[in-house]
Design a protein around this ligand. Structure first.
Ligand code: PLP
Length: 228
């Protein structure tokens, strides 16, 4: 039997331990619990243990879970998966954050579709840091242009950057990617006061990500167990 409260405690302790080793000026690392493919009951257990930020990857599943858990009004939902243009409308008003904006077309649609009567949608740019052909994410050389575009969208709030480095067992390569993200993030946060979020680090690389200045780690497996 999986014990969500125990797992959360372990991950939160790991965050504290990793944070204490960094000299980075970033204050606090927040924990996004990635609940994709997992049942509502496990999200409720995590909520009962105090977790409030949840991340989902698939549009339909996100909408269903948001509706089913609507009574838990202090949950903050983050969409972190690939987003197609024809699906933006379903996401624009169901979540508080989108971490995976990687082109103007998506930003433009989210901006048009976000209800003007609620707070702007928090947006992170997903960066293709490992330069992989197939991966989603904006190229490093295009980050400044897309950030400027998003910053000019009234119903979006530019919060920062997100990356999923190439899967590798090589800790040096992972650290290298995270360091590049840290540099990009530092530049962006100097330019835009609203930028305060560097979303990187998952179950297997959260320590290195925190060492490199992550402010938000996205953890699924270590909290909810392996996905089938
Ligand atoms: C699934 C997923 C995670 C969580 O990964 P784990 O290895 O299970 O911790 C984090 N970020 C994104 C974008 C994901 O798709």
């Amino acid at each position: 039997m999986i014990n969500i409260a125990d797992n959360l405690r372990l991950v939160n302790n790991q965050i504290i331990a990793a944070s204490s080793k960094t000299t980075s000026s970033t204050s606090k690392v927040s924990l996004l619990a990635v609940s994709k493919t997992k049942p509502i009951s496990l999200i409720q257990q995590a909520y009962a243990a105090g977790q409030r930020h949840f991340g989902e990857n698939y549009v339909q599943e996100t909408v269903e879970k948001v509706q089913q858990l609507a009574e838990l009004t202090d949950i903050t939902w983050h969409f972190i998966g690939p987003l197609q243009a024809n699906k933006t409308k379903l996401i624009a008003n169901n979540v508080t954050w989108v971490h995976s904006v990687d082109r103007e077309k998506i930003a433009k649609r989210l901006n048009q579709q976000r209800d003007i009567n609620i707070t702007p949608l928090n947006v992170c740019l997903q960066v293709n840091i490992s330069g992989e052909q197939s991966k989603s994410g904006v190229a490093v050389t295009e980050v400044a242009k897309l950030a400027e575009f998003i910053n000019n969208c009234e119903n979006l709030c530019l919060r920062g950057l997100m990356a999923i480095p190439e899967k590798t067992k090589d800790k040096i390569a992972a650290r290298d990617s995270f360091r590049q993200m840290q540099t990009l993030f530092n530049q962006l946060s100097h330019q835009y006061p609203s930028v305060d979020t560097l979303s990187m680090g998952m179950s297997n690389d959260m320590d290195i990500a925190i060492e490199c200045g992550s402010t938000m780690i996205r953890v699924g497996t270590a909290i909810f167990g392996a996905r089938s």
